[in-house]
Structure formats: structure tokens, C-alpha cells
Design a protein. Structure first.
Lengths: 269, 88
């Protein structure tokens, strides 16, 4: 079995996780910029984080033959401070030409505030101006439905962004159809307690089809599982899905979306 | 898959989760304290669970969701608690 892990926060993980992922068939890993679990005190903290994502982490993954890619932004949890957000947004263009940067992400909303929306709009504008792919985080729990609607409105208002170049991540049963109906991609995050279980994710694939869907583990510094995608493949196998259908969902689909960025290359390419 | 195959694969697991839910409700009742908007949302979600066919997972999620459409003036916390306080 082979798979792509399109959303994992490897800077928060131990090296053994790389060993386990590659052993399970991981062919590439992609790391969106996110919240560190605490607020950074200045834009300089983000500068160092972007260097970690673009320089250090690819080297750490390469020791296991694993291509490592990343996405850059200031995440919505730190977007309430619009001055800090502006300073971080100004840093991003100088990193966009780095060979492993795939786009802008994970942008989005957290508590659905006015400032968060303003910073989201600035990221969307940045992505449009630089022809970047976009990866969007949707809020947690009770805030997800409202946040997803607000995010879709912002992106639909940006005519320079083709829907097929945007993935809306962390969809659940009450948001997946909203996303797919716009022509954007939907990401299903296999994460304990909040977000999706493997069984629910496979349910949604069976109901809505697997055309513009990817699965990811979003493993980070919280309780999370870097092997959640291969475990979901096992769930599909238990239900009788074919090896070809599983490969389409966990390898070919993310390769198709990410391959819209010419920098994304798989080892076999 | 047939219904019988679904039961073979998931029945014991679903039974286990249902008993956990029942024990949680008992635990909450035994404890001291008053009503809470989270429990109110939980009860609405339970009604969806026992309700008509189809889309139960979606309707349970909607029972916990903020249905409003206007952005809030400012984020005063980073965390979500699992249920929308405004419904209470
Ligand atoms: Zn993430």
C-alpha cells in the first residue's frame, strides 16, 4: 500500500513517527503552517518557523527517503492580532519560491471573528496574486458550520482563485456537501474526539463519492495519530473496497490536487 | 455491504459506545450542580439520534452547531466547547 499524508504537523512529532509512516507506505508528507499551541510573541517567531518548515524539516524527512512539502501562513488562532498578521503576511512572499512550498495554508477561521475574516481575505488575496494553491482550516466543533459558510463566501468572492485549486479541510457530515457543491476539494481529518473517525470518513466517501476528497491525519502536538490514513485504508478494506479504490483515495487524489503545483513531485515521477 | 455484514462489523462497537453514553448521562445526574447549555444541546442531539431515518450524524452535528451567520466582533478565546451557548 502507498499513500500521501497531505496534512501533518511534523515539527511537533518525534523522528520515530517518520519511521512508522514510511514503513506504512507514506510516499510524501505535506505540512501546513499552524498554531504552536501558544501564541508567538512576534513576527520573528514566524520567520524562524517558516525556516524550520522550508529548510530543516525537509532534511529530517529526507533521512527516511520521504519528500516533505509545506504551506505557509499565519493561522487563524493568531489572526485576532491584525498588526502581527500583517507583519507575518509581509514575510511570506520571500519564502514562496522555496522548492518545497506548495501554497498558502492552513488559513481559515477559528472563532469566526471579524479580524479573522479580514486576515483570511488578505491571505486569499496573497494566494491569488502569486498563483498559489490554498489549504483551508475550518473551525472546531460548534463553530465549524458557521465558519465553513463564511470561508466559502470569502473564497467564492475571489474570482482569481479557481475552486479546484482550493481544499477545505476538516469537513464533517454537516459541511462536506456545502464544500463539494462549490467545486472545491474537501479534506477529511482523522482525528480523535474532534473531527472524523475512520468509519465516518469512509461513510462520507460512500455517500458522496471520492472524486474531490482527500484524507489526512493532521497529527500535531495534541493527542493524534500519524498513521490514521493507513488505518482508514484498513477500514475500507474491511468493508470490501478494492485496492484500486483505496489507492485512488489515499494516493492518487492527493497527488492530483497537490500536482497542480509543479514543485510537487513523487519519488517515482 | 449487507445489513447483516454491517452488524457483524460494527454492532458490538456501537453497543459499547451507546452504553458509554448511558453511563455518562447517569454520572452527570448523580453529580451536584445545575443545568448547562452543553447538556441541553446533548439532549437535542439525542432526539436526533432516535429520530427518523437518514442523515443522523449530520443532524446530531447541527444540534451542537452555531446556526448564526454574522461574524462575532472579536475572538475572546481560542477554544471551542462543543455546543453553541446561544441556543439555551
Ligand atoms: Zn493542521
Amino acid at each position: 500500500m502507498r499513500y500521501i499524508e497531505p496534512h501533518a504537523h511534523m515539527v511537533s512529532r518525534v523522528t520515530d513517527d517518520y519511521v512508522h509512516m514510511v514503513t506504512a507506505g507514506c510516499a510524501a508528507v505535506c505540512e501546513p503552517a499552524f498554531w504552536a499551541g501558544f501564541d508567538r510573541s512576534s513576527a520573528a517567531g514566524f520567520y524562524d518557523y517558516f525556516r524550520q518548515l522550508t529548510e530543516h524539516e525537509p532534511k529530517r524527512a529526507a533521512k527516511f527517503g520521504l519528500p516533505h512539502y509545506c504551506w505557509l501562513c499565519i493561522n487563524p488562532k493568531e489572526s485576532e492580532d491584525t498588526q502581527l498578521a500583517d507583519e507575518v503576511l509581509a514575510l511570506i512572499p520571500s519564502f514562496l519560491d522555496q522548492p518545497t512550498v506548495l501554497g498558502i495554508g492552513e488559513i481559515g477561521l477559528n472563532k469566526n471573528s471579524r479580524n479573522e475574516i479580514q486576515v483570511l481575505e488578505k491571505h486569499v488575496d496573497l494566494a491569488a496574486r502569486h498563483g498559489q494553491l490554498v489549504l483551508v482550516h475550518t473551525p472546531h466543533l460548534e463553530d465549524k458550520l458557521k465558519g465553513t459558510r463564511l470561508i466559502l463566501d470569502v473564497i467564492k468572492n475571489e474570482s482569481r482563485l479557481a475552486p479546484g485549486r482550493v481544499i477545505i479541510d476538516h469537513v464533517e457530515e454537516h459541511t462536506v456537501k456545502l464544500v463539494l457543491d462549490t467545486g472545491m476539494w474537501a479534506g477529511m481529518t482523522l482525528y480523535p474526539e474532534s473531527k472524523c473517525s475512520p468509519a465516518r470518513a469512509v461513510d462520507m466517501v460512500e455517500v458522496y463519492g471520492g472524486e474531490r476528497i482527500w484524507m489526512n491525519c493532521a497529527c500535531d502536538w495534541g493527542v493524534s495519530d500519524p498513521l490514521a490514513v493507513p488505518k482508514t485504508a484498513l477500514e475500507m478494506r474491511k468493508r470490501g473496497h478494492s485496492a484500486a479504490a483505496i489507492d485512488r483515495l489515499i494516493y492518487q487524489n492527493p497527488a492530483r490536487f497537490l500536482g497542480q503545483c509543479p514543485k510537487f513531485k513523487l519519488p517515482a515521477d | 455491504m449487507t445489513r447483516s455484514q454491517i452488524l457483524d462489523l460494527y454492532f458490538v462497537d456501537a453497543r459499547h459506545k451507546l452504553i458509554d453514553l448511558a453511563a455518562f448521562l447517569d454520572r452527570w445526574e448523580r453529580a451536584e450542580g445545575g443545568e448547562d447549555f452543553r447538556m441541553a444541546a446533548f439532549r437535542r442531539a439525542l432526539q436526533e439520534l432516535a429520530g427518523g431515518p437518514g442523515d443522523r450524524a449530520e443532524r446530531v452535528l447541527l444540534a451542537f452547531s452555531d446556526p448564526t451567520t454574522e461574524p462575532i466582533p472579536a475572538a475572546t478565546t481560542k477554544a471551542a466547547c462543543g455546543a453553541w451557548p446561544g441556543a439555551h
